[in-house]
Each structure stands twice: as C-alpha cells, then as structure tokens.
Design a protein around this ligand. Structure first.
Ligand SMILES: Cc1cc2nc3c(=O)[nH]c(=O)nc-3n(C[C@H](O)[C@H](O)[C@H](O)COP(=O)(O)OP(=O)(O)OC[C@H]3O[C@@H](n4cnc5c(N)ncnc54)[C@H](O)[C@@H]3O)c2cc1C
Length: 285
C-alpha cells in the first residue's frame, strides 16, 4: 500500500484515475480502524488534507463552502457557522471526542456510508450540496443523494467530494439535531433526528425532518413536514410528527437497540427536535 499527498484537486484526480483500487481519506478515523479490522487495503491511500481547498471554511455571497476534509472541530468552533446552523454543529460536535473531531471530516462522515453518521441528517435538512470531482470533471448533487446504503455511495471509484455548499438559512429559521446513544459517551446513534423550521410568527412556514440510524440511509419524513407546515406546534401537530417519524423507520435490530425501541425513540426525538428548532427560529437561532 502506497501513500500519496496531493496538494491540488487536479493532482488528486490524476492519482485516482491512474491507480485503480486507490482510496481517498481525510481524518482516517473510519478508514484506519476498518483496515485494522481486515478490510482490503487500497493500492494507494490518497490523503486529501494537504489540499487547501478541501481544508477551508468560507462564507461568501449568501453561501457557506466547507472543504470536505476540514476537521469538524473547525465548524463547531466557528461561531458564525454555529450561530446560523446550530443543528449541523450539534451533529458534527457529537462525532467521537475532541481528539476525533480534530481529524474527522464531513466528507468522511458522509462517504463512510454509515446510516448513523451524526452530521448527515442536519446537512440534508439544510439542503446541503456536495461538489464532486472526478476524471470527467466536477458535478454537484444534494447530500441526500450521496449515501445509497450502509457503506455505499453514489460516487464512482475515481470521484471524491471537494466541498459542501450550504445556502444561508432564511430569516426566522432554526435547526436542531438530537441523537440517542445507549451509553453517555462515544457511541453510535441508535436514532438521530434533525429538524429545520422556518417560522412566520408562531406558525411554521417551512419544515424539513430527517432521521438517521433507522434505515439503510438517512431518511426524510415528508408526512412530518406536512404536519408541521401551517401549524403552531400544538400537541396534535407534535403527535402527528411523532407518528410520522416512527412510521418512516425501517431499522435494524442489534445490541444497541431493538426495532421497536428505535421506532419509538425516533418519534420522541423528532418532536423534541422540532420544538427546539422552532425556539431557535423565533429567537434568531
Ligand atoms: C472513537 C471513535 C468514535 C466515533 N464516534 C462517532 C460518532 O459519534 N458519530 C459519527 O457519526 N461517527 C463517529 N465515528 C466515525 C468517524 O469518526 C466519522 O465518521 C468521521 O466523520 C469520519 O471522517 P474522516 O475524515 O476521519 O473519514 P475517513 O476515515 O478519512 O474516511 C471515511 C470514508 O470516507 C471516504 N472519504 C473520506 N473523505 C472523502 C471525500 N472527500 N470524498 C469521498 N470519499 C471520502 C474514505 O475513502 C472512507 O471510505 C467515530 C470514530 C471513532 C474512531
């Protein structure tokens, strides 16, 4: 296995095109444990962290651009970003520990393909896009279209994510991410729930609800969104959000949680996240 550290996107493109079986990485907080557990070694490990574009966070023209390899601690420590997207920051801030977050990236969290990836539901709720480079050029797709199943993505072998684009949140918008883990620290979500709401006074004018860890990929919950829009988050609405979130679940049964447990908790977290998102929207996030 060889190691390569390109310093430009084009150099990384060429390395991937010229070396079948090569693999990009950022923090390697997923990749190294997987190799140690016996997964096949790549021909070349392509380190993305030496490419400035992939390590930067910028805000310009009503859009945030986040390098796919930048450590998630660069986001959680960014007061402007966290002020506008507290829910995304919450998700990123739950990944492992401080040490892990100084390595872990949004690109790695998404492309590892875990249904329980903590940063992904809130990114989807915010309508984030992934800019993808490959031998044939660059394309941009919604983050929701990247992961296709556990450990799988829609990217070709010679493609990698360069950066994420997130439009500024509209006025009176707030987001929130909650997760449930069986222990108090350092565990994988049995359920994650992201909600983003835009408020017009006391009434919800726009809603995005996304669950993690309860299906092969993160899932949107259109029935919960429909129940929220036009409501004042009264008890009947929250009950409908909860029921819709539980109905959207197609979870696994494992040592962390049974199907019944995950399904019930999804309903609870979705309505709690909705209440927090609404408070943030009304208080200027
Ligand atoms: C102790 C520990 C605790 C953890 N806790 C959590 C947790 O609470 N929540 C959670 O969600 N995760 C957790 N993780 C998993 C991991 O830290 C995260 O998924 C992290 O965000 C991965 O980022 P990375 O940069 O380290 O990815 P890497 O390991 O570098 O890469 C992961 C995968 O993504 C691919 N990849 C990386 N970057 C790109 C790119 N730009 N384009 C295309 N493909 C790419 C790699 O080829 C690889 O397949 C934990 C890991 C450890 C070791």
């Amino acid at each position: 296995m060889k190691y390569a550290a390109p310093t430009t996107v084009d150099e990384a493109r060429s390395l991937l095109a010229d070396n079948p079986g090569s693999r990009v990485f950022a923090g390697a907080t997923d990749l190294i444990p997987q190799l140690r557990a016996g997964r096949p070694e790549p021909s070349v490990m392509v380190d993305l962290k030496k490419i400035d574009q992939l390590m930067s966070v910028s805000h310009d023209g009503g859009q945030w651009t986040i390098g796919a390899a930048t450590p998630t601690s660069n986001l959680t420590r960014n007061a402007d970003f966290t002020g506008m997207f507290p829910g995304i920051s919450e998700g990123a801030g739950l990944i492992g520990s401080d040490q892990i977050q100084n390595r872990s990236s949004l690109g790695g969290n998404l492309c590892n393909g875990s249904p329980a990836a903590d940063s992904v539901p809130a990114l989807i709720a915010a309508g984030a896009r992934a800019v993808i480079a490959g031998a044939d050029g660059t394309r941009t797709i919604p983050v929701a279209e990247v992961a296709t199943g556990p450990g799988q993505t829609s990217l070709a072998d010679d493609e990698f994510i360069v950066e994420f684009e997130i439009d500024d949140a509209p006025a009176n918008t707030g987001d929130a991410y909650l997760r449930m883990i069986p222990r108090t620290e350092m565990d994988i979500a049995v359920v994650g729930a992201a909600v983003r709401l835009t408020m017009d006074g006391d009434t919800v004018s726009d809603a995005n609800v996304v669950l993690g860890a309860v299906a092969p990929t993160a899932v949107r919950v259109p029935d919960a969104e429909a129940a929220l829009v036009g409501s004042t988050l009264d008890d009947d609405t929250l009950a409908a959000v909860s029921a819709a979130a539980s109905a959207a679940c197609n979870p696994i049964n494992d040592k962390r949680g049974t199907i019944e447990y995950r399904t019930q908790v999804a309903g609870v977290l979705a309505k709690r996240a909705a209440v927090i998102a609404a408070e943030r929207a009304q208080n200027g996030a």
